[in-house]
Each structure stands twice: as C-alpha cells, then as structure tokens.
Design a protein around this ligand. Structure first.
Ligand code: MN3
Length: 323
C-alpha cells in the first residue's frame, strides 16, 4: 500500500521563458527509456516480484524505498513540463482568433492537440512510454546491475537536457534529480558490492562529470542531500541501512538513512488555459457552476455561491476597466 502527500519533492520556480520545445526536451526525463517512469516501474515491479524476501531483506527494503521516491520524481518532472507549457499559446475565449497557432511549430503538438498544454507519458520524440522498459529478471545480481546501468543512463539524459534547456524551471528540476539519482547510483553500487565484493564505486561518476559542476545540484549537495537515503515509511522497509552506510565513494561523506521523505514544497497552482477549455470552457456561467457544485456538495453550497458572486462581480469590474 502507499500513502500520498500533496507536495513536490523540491520547489520549482516559474519559467523565465515558457517554451513548448523546452517542454518537449524535458519529456525525455519523464517518459524516455531512462526517464522517471522507467525507474519507478522497474523498482516497483522488482519489489512486487521479489522472491526470498526474508533472506535478502536489506535488498528488498532498498529497492522498495527507492521505488517510492521515484513516484515523486515523475510528479516533479510533470510539473516542470506543465510550467514550461503554461502561457505558450494565446489565452482567450475566441476560437476564431486561432489561439493555438504557435502549436503548429511546436516539436510536440500532442501537448496542445491531445492535452491541455500538459505533460504526457512520452519521451522527447513523442513516443509513448512502454512496459518494455521494465526489466525484472528475478535474479538479484542481474536486476541490481540493470538498475545501476539504468541510473547511469538516466544521469546522462539529465545532463543532456540540462545542456539543452537553460530555463530555471528545467534546471532546478534537473539539479535536484541529478543529486537524488546520484544517491540511487551509489545505492545500487553498494548493493552490488555487498553481493559480490567488487568495488563498483570506483566506476563513478558515470558520465564522467561531477554533480558539483551543476550549480542547481551543487547547492543540494552542499546541504548533504547526496548522503541521504529516504525510508519512505515511518516503520516499514527499515533494513536498507545495512547497505546504505559507510562513505560516499566520490567525496567520502558519511551516508545516512532518514525516515520519511524530503521536506518538499507546495506544488504550484497551474494557470488556466481557457482557449483549451482547461479546466473549463468560457461558456460556463459561474452562477450555474455554483448551482451544480451546490447539488453535489450541499454542505458547502452557500459559501461557494458567495465566492462565485464575488468572482463574477470582479470579472465585470475588470471588464469595465479594460473598456
Ligand atoms: Mn529518479
């Protein structure tokens, strides 16, 4: 079972220059072969499928905790894409003004034609994510070796998206994920070392560039985020610390398990895009909307009516001002 918090794992700034093509590039980190959907589903299936759990408990706990963290990474990248897409077409109520004209030149027209300027489970080329990206062989050494490779591939993708997009929204997202993905690389390296005795940490970093070269990652490392493995449950999955201990292979800092997730931040409230009727069309009368809401939720009905009245009054006032 899983529980859920209405929080993003880190705070994302609003974009300096929203851009559908930047959003398309960031899609690679969501639904690409090495994206967050892949890490999430690989570790989720491997943990659900785990045989001989009691005998190998620390490995099971490690994979399960990382799987839980990856859910929030999907959420974080999705918000980055949504923020980069917000306001990239002409906002308005009149379809005859071709408000989506700019979408014709976007790399990924699905962002406009198949969604309300929103993230989709696809890569940067518009290929939908597929379960073929999941590897779950049942052999622990092979699965851990795969996970180590998957995280290194993911790191290459993050670095390249960082080098492609300079918007602070994308870079904050990538910087945070570089640090957390770095933890997962080291975690799988440590797990392989426990199983085999081979010093896998000597291979790091892959690709051969330190996280400290990326200011948006370096600031998180400065406060030690690269040393922390989260135990995403108050009581369960406690034995990951039997693998996540000792020194970080790159800077020698002390590794630590922390119970709970990152502090997190309130997810940004994404602006409406009325030309896409997202979330509702321009023809909806606020009074009528309140009536419907009142029928659904009678206990809050009077409050909603007042709120909608105030809103429609504000609307009339602002229309009068603009005239
Ligand atoms: Mn991740």
């Amino acid at each position: 079972m899983i529980t859920r918090f209405d929080k993003l794992q880190t705070e994302l700034p609003h974009p300096d220059h929203p851009s559908p093509n930047s959003a398309a590039a960031v899609q690679e980190l969501l639904g690409g072969k090495f994206g967050e959907m892949s890490t999430f589903m690989n570790y989720t299936f491997q943990s659900f499928n785990f045989r001989g759990r009691e005998k190998m408990r620390p490995f099971y706990d490690l994979i399960a905790n990382i799987a839980a963290e990856e859910f929030g990474h999907i959420e974080l990248v999705t918000y980055a894409i949504n923020l980069l897409l917000s306001g990239t077409t002409e906002r308005g109520d009149d379809p005859s003004e071709t408000p989506l004209a700019s979408a014709a030149d976007a790399r990924n027209t699905y962002h406009f034609l198949a969604s309300g300027q929103q993230a989709l489970p696809m890569d940067s080329q518009g290929n939908f994510w597929t379960g073929a990206n999941v590897f779950s062989s049942g052999n622990l050494k092979l699965d851990l070796l795969h996970n180590f490779f998957l995280e290194c591939g993911a790191r290459a993708g993050k670095i390249r998206v960082y080098e492609t997009v300079d918007d602070p929204t994308a870079r904050e997202c990538v910087g945070f994920l570089l640090v957390r993905g770095g933890v997962h690389i080291v975690a799988y390296a440590k797990a392989l070392e426990k199983l085999s005795g081979v010093d896998v940490g000597k291979l790091l970093p892959i690709p051969d560039i330190s996280n400290k070269r990326f200011p948006e990652a370096a600031k998180h490392e400065a406060r030690g985020l690269h040393r922390i493995l989260y135990q995403f449950s108050p009581e369960d999955y406690p034995r990951a610390g039997e693998i996540w201990n000792g020194q970080h292979p790159e800077d020698g800092s002390e590794l630590e398990v922390e119970v709970g997730g990152p502090e997190g931040a309130t997810p940004p409230d994404l602006d409406e895009e009325p030309q896409l009727t997202a979330p509702v069309g321009p023809d909806i009368d606020p009074e009528m909307f309140a009536e419907v809401a009142g029928r659904l939720f009678p206990e809050v009905a009077p409050k909603q009516r007042t709120a909608s009245k105030a809103r429609s009054q504000r609307k009339t006032a602002s229309k009068a001002r603009s005239r």
